[in-house]
Design a protein around this ligand. Structure first.
Ligand SMILES: Cc1ncc(COP(=O)(O)O)c(C=O)c1O
Length: 474
């Protein structure tokens, strides 16, 4: 490693080299396994004797920071002594606000499980790579970046119009492109609308169990979060706290239980919002994948008083790493949400927006959804059939006719016992989320949430066999 050592003060040269290298190891600029410069080379660079460098290296060696290998050189040790890490001064002087001690992002696993039933992944192998490459390449031509930051923070006009047509035909939502904001995933849509509407200390209500990403976001904004019971008709409107200023819901396919909110509940929720002067965010995150039944009218369509923001995502239909989502806001909020988008990050990458507009307008997007819907429906059916036939003593499958996951409640096992079964399954190569992970403020429910975006159809039976064994052993 070409490491910079600065010897301004020429007293205690060996001590200075030792201290600078030690600090670099402690703060991570030099990482385990990195090679230190050879003593001869560093000595020449610093115009010091080779012995001076050797003294510094010997001291680092003696304290366990580096290891010298004869003939190979000197390397940063794999395990730096931990007691000495505490004196890294930066750690003591800067502290995040207390809320960030509690909020952490989930551990990211780079090695997918052999049998992957996680809920937040679509099938990456189905992504239309060839078409996407071509459409992106079309955008990346000379002159593409001439506009710089002058483009509209609300998003590429062609994509906003394409989305209006898409949700108009697929969801019956009639929207004005001027009320659409393109966001970096639906998560950002949730962030922008919430920040525009609520102040720290305000209350937000949401379904419980519910979408954890929303809980973390609301808490980070200093909001009070109340989880509200969900029954067979969706969110129990009568249980809403009267001081909620915002209600966040997933009515077309409740996340994670899978129930669709009934029409009468939808009307009751809109009525409640009007009486309490509250706003509603309708998260339509995966309704493109429906396997039967008649879709219920979106809240956005039923809303007559301009209280509903309707958000959608291309994470399940395309891929979550694209970070493309959108929100249709009531006209009274659109200007503020566009400004919030500008303040947050100016705009969503323009080339990807234009490519997605082409994909929708050219019919590729609809074809892709048709193809993947057939695939996911087959997986949905295998899982539901197998769980019903072979897990009846352990689990009760909840009815669900859309999306990329099904949930099942445990008949007898407690959330902790399900946790043990989930761990056992993990050891057997099966990744499956426990229902208790989705708890908001109410007691955790006991069960599983099985995603089928990330597991090939033919691997599902073996995955479920191993899961069954994990349950039998618990
Ligand atoms: C219910 C729900 N809403 C919103 C999101 C956020 O989606 P995006 O990737 O578009 O930010 C997710 C992601 O998993 C989700 O499950």
């Amino acid at each position: 490693v070409e490491f910079h050592v600065s010897l301004v003060d020429r007293r205690d040269l060996a001590g200075e080299i030792y201290r600078q290298l030690r600090r670099a190891i402690l703060d991570g600029r030099l990482r385990p396994g990195d090679a230190l410069p050879p003593t001869r080379e560093l000595a020449q660079r610093l115009s010091v004797s080779r012995t001076t460098v050797s003294v510094a290296y010997d001291r680092l060696n003696g304290e366990g920071f580096v290891i010298s290998r004869v003939g190979a050189g000197t390397f940063v040790a794999e395990h730096v002594p931990s007691a000495t890490r505490n004196d890294s001064r930066a750690v003591a002087s800067l502290r995040a606000r207390p809320i960030w001690d509690r909020l952490t992002h989930p551990a990211t696993s780079t090695t997918p499980a052999d049998f992957d039933f996680r809920t937040w992944v679509p099938d990456g192998n189905q992504f239309p790579y060839e078409t996407w490459r071509r459409l992106i390449a079309l955008e990346l031509r000379a002159g593409a970046f001439v506009g710089g930051f002058s483009s509209d923070p609300a998003g590429h006009p062609a994509l906003r119009e394409a989305i209006v047509r898409h949700i108009g035909t697929s969801r019956g939502v009639i929207a004005d492109p001027g009320d659409v904001t393109i966001t970096n995933g639906a998560q950002q849509a949730l962030d922008l609308v919430t920040r525009v509407l609520l102040s720290p200390g305000d209350r937000v209500a949401m379904e419980d169990p519910g979408y954890k990403g929303a809980v973390l976001l609301f808490e980070s904004l200093g909001l009070k979060v109340t989880g509200v019971e969900v029954d067979a008709e969706g969110l129990v409107v009568d249980a809403l706290p009267s001081d909620a200023r915002l209600v966040y819901v997933t009515p077309s396919h409740q996340h994670p239980l899978g129930v669709a909110m009934s029409l009468s509940r939808r009307m009751a929720l809109l009525d409640w919002a009007e009486r309490h002067n509250a706003a509603v965010i309708e998260d339509d995150y995966d309704s493109e994948f429906r396997y039967g039944g008649r879709p219920v009218e979106p809240l956005k369509t039923l809303d007559t008083s301009g209280r509903v923001a309707f958000m959608g995502s291309f994470s399940k239909t395309m891929h979550p790493t694209l970070r493309l989502g959108f929100v249709v806001t009531p006209a009274s909020l659109s200007k503020a949400v566009h400004a919030a988008k500008y303040v947050a990050d100016y705009q969503t990458p323009l080339g990807a927006q234009a490519a997605l507009a082409h994909l929708i307008d050219g019919g590729w997007f609809a074809r892709h959804i048709r193809k993947t819907r057939t695939l996911y429906e087959a997986r949905h059916d295998v899982i539901v059939r197998t769980l019903t036939a072979q897990f009846a003593d352990h689990l009760t499958v909840l009815p669900s006719i859309a999306g990329l996951h099904v949930s099942a409640t445990a008949n007898a096992l407690s959330p902790d016992e399900v946790g043990v079964a989930v761990e056992r399954a993990r050891d057997a190569g099966v990744a499956v989320p426990s229902l208790s992970m989705f708890r908001v403020t109410r007691p955790a429910q006991s069960g599983l949430v099985l995603g089928y975006g990330g597991i090939e159809t033919e691997r599902i039976p073996e995955g479920l066999r191993r899961l069954r064994r994990a349950f039998d052993q618990t």
